[in-house]
Design a protein. Sequence first.
Length: 127
Amino acid sequence: MSAPSVGCDVVSVERMRRLVTDRPGARERIFTPAELADAVRGGVDPDGDVAVERLAARFAAKEAARKALRGRGPALLAVEVRTDHDGAPELWVEGRRTALACSLSHDAGVAMAVVVATAETVAELTT
């Protein structure tokens, strides 16, 4: 049995803020419509701190997923972070739910994500 593969990434919330506010169309090039909607759930201001923190955490998850898939993962836009009915993050790739385990967090101006993949999941998503 092969060991699981782990990916981790951190993102500066301020850097994400500059990216999504200073570059027209950046949000749509990086995030899916579902991710953009999820970032403003609960009536959150799209340009406010909470939305930008949520986007930064999702960007970190996309990068962490690619690392967990040993650098052979899909493009950023093909990796989607969705929130399940309990509020936990789920990773979808190319419109399909995956078995990738994901944890997100943000605090003190930093967002981070950890993604864990079994060897079977790595093989399934990279072949």
